[in-house]
Design a protein around this ligand. Structure first.
Ligand code: ATP
Length: 513
């Protein structure tokens, strides 16, 4: 499904609304509707339980959004949390200079892939892609252009050399996507942190920041958590919470917002073991994604330019409607953060290792994923326009949100065959009132059964329970499966036992192991 249709579906079905829509909206801020909040909570629960509940050595916290301003000095955000900003003088539109270069690289990659697809078609079975990549002149030229641009971009970003970045945009002949204009300004560094003012202190002294990442709330609590739990290294601290970034460009729905939610885990380890833990967390996190999404939608992407705090970093990218983009980051952060906080606060942030018989500042491997990007990835994969299963006519289609039952907002919908029939309604409502104690259910009698089924398909409800006249005789109901459309008769007293295990988070958590 294309991106426009996806955003429309998300709005029409109560998943996501534009923030402050009655005032024409606020750019890059979104609200989650009744189905959206249920789905998002389920995704967060999947993350939280897989981290905290299933690891003896990971504990959770929930730190304040406001932190002492020195936090952001120590972490490097005041001095270095910048994006390179460039304006187009003709269109007056603002861009991220590095993203313009990345989009150029994506474009060339598109041409390269087209070349390969063409050759594949031409040679059929006999096609040797690796050989073709090694020898075809066009492919080699495209690859060279991509590598060259990526290398120059990485160098300019690592050095903070905005002039080199500006020159690169000129050399690559990059024009404004909408108007084709090449009339660019200089490139400037733009700090992404939002600031606000503490009520009772004037000026710089009272300047506070809205946290741009949740990680620092974990670092500054390292000693508190150590002292109040029995955790020994290696151990992790997990947190889910809001983060704020004054993004220069935010035009891709909930992919890039100025207020968003992160799910981060910092894993504290002995120095020298970071490579091993980095690899282990890469593997663990990929498995976690694979329980929700197919392998071909996911890929690892090593960072070309490392952030100031990292000695290794990789993204797990997902194929969004606008291409493969970062969904999660896994970073080996060394002892950068704890050392910096130790220096600026004057408080020891060390660990005494009984085996090594020495104290040291732990190293950290972090996994960091945006809850909203995960939500978007999930919608992208699950939302389908498909031929109705079991029907021959290709014109007979339906829109279905094929979510894993454990994350579906509503697990079952209960509907009476006729809404004006007291006995049917009464039995349906009594089933609803019983099931709601076990999982999220919905009662609906506001349309024909066919219409109600379609409504539930659109929001991903895995089961529809219909109460009909036979139900009044034998206390059985029809349970319709969202994916196969198979219908089975089930005794009312067996509903919890049948549906419960299939919508339970346990099955999803187990498949990620
Ligand atoms: P990008 O390169 O896309 O700006 P980033 O590398 O700055 O992302 P991190 O700082 O590694 O992102 O943040 C960790 C995760 O937080 C990202 O993988 C992403 O899922 C999420 N995230 C970051 N910025 C945003 C945003 N503006 N809106 C929504 N999610 C975000």
């Amino acid at each position: 499904m294309d991106f426009k249709a996806l955003t429309a579906h998300a709005k029409e079905n109560g998943f996501i609304y534009q923030s402050s829509e009655i005032y024409d909206g606020l750019a890059a801020a979104y609200d989650y509707g009744p189905n959206g909040v249920l789905l998002k909570n389920n995704l967060k629960e999947y993350w939280w339980r897989s981290m905290v509940q299933l690891h003896d050595n990971i504990v959770g916290i929930d730190a304040a959004i406001f932190m002492h301003p020195k936090t952001w000095k120590a972490s490097g955000h005041v001095d270095a949390f910048n994006d390179p900003l460039i304006d187009n003088k003709d269109s007056q539109k603002r861009y991220r200079a590095d993203v313009l270069v990345e989009e150029y690289i994506d474009k060339v990659e598109g041409k390269l892939n087209k070349e390969i697809a063409k050759a594949q078609k031409r040679f059929g079975e006999a096609f040797d892609e690796a050989e073709y990549r090694r020898t075809n002149a066009n492919v080699l030229r495209y690859q060279g252009q991509m590598d060259d641009a990526a290398k120059k971009l990485a160098t300019a970003m690592t050095d903070g050399d905005m002039e080199a970045l500006r020159q690169l945009i000129e050399d690559l002949d990059i024009s404004e996507p909408d108007t084709g204009s090449k009339n660019w300004t200089e490139v400037r560094q733009f700090n992404l942190m939002f600031s606000t003012q503490l009520g009772n202190i004037a000026g710089e002294e009272g300047k506070l920041y809205l946290r741009p990442e949740t990680a620092q709330g974990i670092f500054v609590n390292f000693t508190n958590v150590r002292n109040t739990t029995r955790q020994k290294l290696p151990f992790g601290i997990a947190q889910i919470g809001k983060a704020f970034r004054n993004e220069i460009v935010a035009r891709q729905f909930i992919f890039r917002m100025r207020e968003f939610e992160q799910m981060e885990m910092q894993f504290f380890i002995a120095p020298g073991t970071q490579q091993e833990w980095y690899e282990r967390w890469k593997e663990t996190r990929l498995k976690w994604h694979l329980a929700l999404h197919p392998r071909e939608k996911l890929r690892f992407h090593d960072h070309d330019n490392l952030a100031h705090y990292a000695d290794a970093a990789v993204d797990i990218q997902f194929e969004f409607p606008f291409g493969f983009k970062e969904l999660e980051g896994i970073h080996s952060r060394t002892d950068f953060d704890l050392t910096a906080h130790q220096e600026l606060s004057g408080k020891k942030l060390q660990y005494f290792d009984p085996e090594r018989e020495e104290s040291y500042v732990p190293y950290v491997v972090e996994t960091s994923i945006g809850a909203d990007r995960l939500f978007l990835a999930t919608l992208t994969h699950a939302l389908r326009e498909e031929q109705v299963p079991g029907q021959d006519d290709p014109k007979n289609t339906r829109t279905v949100l094929a979510l894993h039952p454990a994350i579906a907002p509503i697990k079952a919908a209960i509907m009476p065959l006729k809404r004006n029939h007291d006995e049917l309604v009464s039995l349906a409502k009594s089933i609803f009132n019983d099931l709601r104690f076990h999982f999220e259910v919905q009662y609906d009698d506001t349309g024909s059964i066919g219409k109600l089924y379609r409504r539930q398909d659109a929001v991903g409800t895995p089961f529809c329970i219909t109460v009909d006249f036979d139900s009044l005789e034998d206390n059985t109901v029809t349970v319709r499966d969202r994916d196969t459309l198979e219908q089975v008769r089930v005794r009312v007293e067996d509903l919890v036992g049948m549906i419960g295990p299939r919508v339970d988070m346990g099955s999803l958590l187990r498949s990620a192991q």
